[in-house]
Design a protein around this ligand. Structure first.
Ligand code: ARG
Ligand code: ZN
Length: 865
């Protein structure tokens, strides 16, 4: 059942040209395909039959060079069409009938509300027509679409529109031609009644590109931010990577039903509505920033992914890791680089580390898989981006840019591997990355244990590093990694000590299981600032004292480590409370927080981050055996005590950051002010403060933007004020029920909180008129948020949370396997919990497994768990 990287063979046939004709109807669609095929000179089988992929296609005719193929010369078996005794070069024409209206897996051609749309990555194109569905088969595409003119006035595909016109019976057509060769996973088609907002971008070489954003008419006023983000991305990729756009038109389409965030189809990006539509009244600051990042990500794929693509799906991180790295650099440049780094590391350390320690743990370049859809993971994306980031650190910005230039020019128009990428980086820098490449091959999160020793007689300071990596599925023994480890040393006054490289930060190359480094002429015991900027995706162990952490929190010149010291301080405090049963929050944490709140000098965006306690998820991830209820309780108490002890400071912070009636702006300072104000409000409300309650109610009523409105609502939801909470929730729904994106936020807020999201309430939300299990966003915002964020309810003692999730997963698998197999993830984390919980979780998994025929997606996850 699994397929292996080591079995890679070049394709037996190539497709030089692909001509597609779509006839779209209300009962289904007819797809005619004409493929110009020839044998691949690089194939190791010169006599191979032609084998095409196809899933749920009704084959109506098949011709070679215009002649019907005899029935005994071809066969359809499972997901393949085999044609025997074919010439070395020929045209194959097939005609199939498909049913987009009945397609609930949202792969291939499907309907989302009233429009037709596609999602082909990774292997969805085979649900549209018979094809050699693999990324190393690249072809020129010409696409004709015919449909009813009044229902589907807009007909789109990749490239340029070269012809359009009217047909009989109220139908019309359009012909699109894409001048760039591409694998079929980048194909896209859209047909619908859509509003189009236009803009223009002039490239650095002076070409005019028409930008178009297509949305359903009700969303016509939510296009501005997407287009602004797109123009910023286009300019940035020219400035920083020298990459210009290469077509005359670039289109974005928003669809409500979408499995993932968005898709980089050539010249025709398709987005989940929630990842591109925005206006201040309905979209939070987080939403604005997320959209900017995703628009950039998809746009950047035009080079890292489309012009240079992947040879096979084991190389997925070639395009995803690199593109996530690029979008992170972009976001850092658009706002606060420290805050962006904090956000990325938070995801990595909570969710990716957990994935890498679980049953689905896999290398950035997996060696095998059953279903590729299961490998669009945090490891491939986020750890993959960290690997590229480490290369950037090892080479420096200038050499890295030379390496990427070489990569893009050498492999333009080709389908290549992560080794090809690394080879370019080695070539321009002269740095040997042989050992470094283990980051692509070995799964698991390396652990680095640091010890230090200061000798006042010799004035030497010695740091010792020991690295190891836990066993993961299929890989018990790990070889040492090449780890770029950035450090600084602080003197007693909090100043950076000059290091041997002449700077205040130095990147060490850890390559051995154990390594030491001695610093000479150090006046007194320094405080080490370790792993600055989180220079490698590792678990760091060092025996910090609380005083050292508090010191770093206010003095470290590395913003990331200032924040991280605060997190570590809070973690140690809470871990102590968990282990010794005490419920007293030590003065040192309160004092440290007091200092943070009163700090109006430091970047206020960083201050806002520093005010948030580590999440329950992260505390669970750090525990050997997590007691969810205890962790929740201790974190709540810590928050309440901080809120109580710092009441005056928090009130001053709230009032300092109340903005007068200025217009809503999404610049860094305005965002920071809103975050601070809302964080303070939430902390105050948790303590039951009546004055803060009034502030929250006023803000909820008066808010002119969603950040403030939902900020107030969230504060109420987390507060002990039951009646106000219920009233606010229901008036919020009345106000926004016609807006899907807001209703999703409304669902999430309730399902993610134990006060509003106990199992009965979740079941009630699923009965709500606005809920639809076929819509991935709604499913994620109710069921997904419940299982991933509302941890005390999900891990309820009686196992009811697990049983509920199993029921939903089973039901969903029949509709949408990709969503089912993602939703089951929390159950696969059973190793983290007590024996009783483990038993209950495994029982739930068992029930899924024995529940009948599973999709390959769900089967792979469940059987590996
Ligand atoms: N390439 C897309 C992106 O990262 C994601 C598409 C994933 N699709 C899927 N079926 N897994 O931008
Ligand atoms: Zn991507």
């Amino acid at each position: 059942q699994p397929i292996y990287l080591r079995d890679y063979r070049p394709p037996a046939f190539l497709v030089d040209h692909t001509e597609l004709e779509f006839d779209l109807y209300e009962e289904g669609a007819q797809v005619v395909s004409r493929l110009k095929l020839r044998r691949n000179p690089d194939s190791d089988n010169a006599r191979a039959s032609l084998v095409l992929d196809g899933v749920e296609l009704e084959l109506r005719s098949i011709m070679i060079d215009g002649v019907e193929v005899d029935a005994e010369r071809y066969s359809v078996e499972g997901e393949h069409l085999e044609v025997r005794d074919v010439p070395d070069e020929f045209e194959l024409e097939t005609q199939v009938w498909i049913k987009p209206q009945e397609n609930t897996c949202l792969e291939g051609l499907y309907k989302s509300s009233t429009m037709f749309c596609t999602q082909c990555e990774a292997e969805g194109f085979r649900r549209i027509t018979y094809y050699i569905d693999r990324p190393d088969v690249m072809s020129l595409f010409r696409t004709t679409i015919r449909a009813d003119q009044s229902l589907y006035p807009v007909l789109l595909s990749n490239g340029n529109e070269v012809e359009a016109g009217v047909l009989e019976d109220g139908r019309h057509f359009a012909v699109w031609e894409d001048p760039h060769r591409k694998p079929c996973y980048l194909f896209a088609l859209v047909a619908g009644d859509l509003h189009c907002q236009k803009d223009v971008f002039v490239t650095s070489s002076g070409r005019e590109v028409e930008l178009r954003m297509y949305v359903e008419h009700r969303n016509a006023n939510k296009c501005d931010h997407g287009l602004i983000s797109l123009k910023k991305s286009m300019a940035w990729d020219e400035d920083v990577y020298g990459r210009e756009y290469d077509l005359d038109v670039f289109m974005i389409v928003a669809v409500d039903d979408f499995n993932m965030g968005a898709m980089e189809n050539k010249g025709l990006n398709i987005f989940n509505s929630s990842c591109v539509l925005a206006k201040p009244e309905t979209t939070t600051d987080n939403g604005y920033q997320r959209i900017e990042a995703i628009v950039a990500h998809e746009y950047f794929h035009n080079w890292s992914g489309n012009r240079v693509t992947c040879r096979d799906w084991f190389q997925l991180s070639l395009k995803e890791g690199f593109t996530v790295f690029r979008d992170a650099q972009f976001s850092a440049d658009m706002g606060s680089d420290t805050v962006k780094r904090i956000e990325d590391v938070t995801v990595l350390r909570t969710a990716q580390f957990a994935e890498d320690a679980g049953p689905m743990s896999h290398p950035v370049r997996p060696a095998s898989f059953i279903e590729i859809s299961n490998f669009y993971t945090l490891t491939v994306y986020e750890k993959g981006a960290e690997v590229v980031r480490m290369i950037h650190t090892l080479l420096g910005a200038e050499k890295f840019r030379q390496g990427s230039d070489l990569y893009f020019s050498r492999f333009d128009g080709q389908a290549v591997t992560t080794d090809d990428f690394v080879a370019c980086m080695e070539e321009v820098s002269g740095i040997d990355l042989t050992q470094f490449k283990r980051w692509y091959e070995q799964a698991g999160t390396p652990v680095i244990r640091v010890t230090d020793f200061y000798d006042p007689d010799t004035r030497e300071y010695r740091l010792t590093f020991r690295q190891s990596c836990p066993a993961t599925p299929q890989q018990t023994e790990k070889l040492p990694f090449h780890i770029p480890f950035a450090i600084g040393l602080l003197d007693a006054s909090g100043q950076d000590i000059a290091l041997p490289n002449g700077a205040t930060t130095q990147v060490l190359h850890l390559t051995e299981p154990e390594q030491s480094l001695v610093f000479q002429n150090i006046e007194a015991q320094p405080v080490p600032s370790l792993l600055r900027g989180f220079s490698a995706p590792v678990r760091l162990e060092y025996n910090w004292s609380l005083e050292q952490l508090k010191f770093l929190m206010s003095h470290d010149s590395d913003g990331f480590n200032r924040w991280d010291a605060g997190q570590k301080l809070a973690i140690v405090v809470m871990q102590n409370m968990i282990s010794d049963g005490s419920r007293d929050v030590p003065e040192i944490l309160i004092e440290a927080y007091r200092k943070v709140i009163n700090d109006t000098e430091t970047d206020q965006a960083l201050i806002a981050k520093m005010l948030s306690l580590p999440t329950e998820q992260y505390l669970i991830e750090l525990a050997d055996e997590a007691d969810v209820q205890l962790i929740h309780q201790v974190r709540e108490i810590t928050q309440e005590k901080l809120g109580g002890a710092l009441r005056e400071e928090l009130k001053a912070c709230f009032q300092r950051n109340v903005q007068s009636s200025e217009a809503y702006a999404v610049d860094a300072l305005s965002i920071a002010k809103r975050t601070l104000r809302n964080t303070a409000l939430q902390m105050l409300l948790k303590t039951g403060d009546e004055e803060a309650l009034q502030w929250a109610l006023d803000q909820f009523q008066a808010a002119s933007n969603m950040t403030d409105q939902i900020g107030a609502l969230a504060a109420l939801v987390h507060s002990p004020f039951e009646n106000d909470r219920a009233q606010a929730l229901s008036s919020f729904y009345d106000q926004w029920q016609s807006d899907n994106q807001v209703v999703e936020q409304w669902f999430s807020l309730q399902s993610g909180n134990p006060k509003t999201g106990h199992l009965q309430a979740i079941k009630a939300l699923m009965q709500h008129a606005a809920f639809d299990i076929r819509n991935p966003n709604k499913t994620r915002s109710v069921i997904g948020v419940f299982a991933n964020q509302n941890l005390t309810c999900f891990h309820a003692e009686d196992g009811s949370g697990y049983e509920f999730l199993a029921d939903q997963v089973i039901q969903l698998d029949a509709l949408n396997p990709q969503i089912a197999s993602r939703l089951v993830t929390p159950l696969t984390r059973w190793r983290k919990y007590s024996e009783v919980r483990q038993g209950q979780m495994k029982l739930a998994l068992q029930r899924i497994k024995s529940g009948g025929k599973l999709s390959p997606d769900l089967f792979e996850v469940v059987s590996k768990s």
